[in-house]
Design a protein around this ligand. Structure first.
Ligand SMILES: [Zn+2]
Length: 162
């Protein structure tokens, strides 16, 4: 299951408004997070993108560890840098950041690159991708996710076990 909640109530309200127009109903958790299946995520995320696009020209910074969330959050707050926060599944926190401020966001020594820092499938660097997921020793970029998704949709079998 995928999960998303905007920390900013205004953005969350816009998000929910957009979701109401979808042909399916999403679930909500106790804290107000929107929960949906992998299949529904594309459409849910499209609505989320509209909310994000309404903020500023953005990019994501992903934090998997609470310590990283704390550190980046503190850096942004203490420097008065504009940002929005999204809570996702499995404790993932995403900072939505203006591209225009990019060079102010990362005190490089404080924020080491993800491990691994290149996509396991196409080899591109996390730095050139908007989306970059890591899990254990593997990583995948947004472009590969899109490609795989398209592949699954065009396949009669849906999944392969080899
Ligand atoms: Zn890739």
């Amino acid at each position: 299951m995928r999960q998303l909640r905007f920390a900013n109530p205004e953005l969350q309200a816009r998000f929910l408004e957009g979701l109401a127009a979808l042909p399916f109903a999403v679930q909500r958790s106790a804290d107000g997070s929107v929960i949906c299946s992998e299949e529904e995520w594309d459409e849910v995320n499209t609505v989320a993108h509209r909310v994000r696009d309404g903020c500023f020209k953005w990019y994501f910074s992903l934090c998997h560890r609470p310590a990283d969330v704390e550190e980046l959050g503190e850096h942004l707050r203490s420097n008065g840098l504009r940002h929005e926060i999204e809570y996702h599944e499995d404790g993932l926190v995403i900072f939505l950041l203006p591209q225009a401020d990019r060079d102010k966001h990362i005190p490089s020594s404080d924020f080491p690159p993800p491990t691994p820092d290149t996509c396991s499938f196409c080899g591109s660097s996390y730095a050139e991708r908007q989306f970059f997921y890591t899990k254990d020793i593997a990583a995948i970029c947004d472009e590969c996710i899109r490609e795989f998704h398209a592949g699954i949709e065009s396949s009669e079998l849906g999944s392969r076990k080899d």
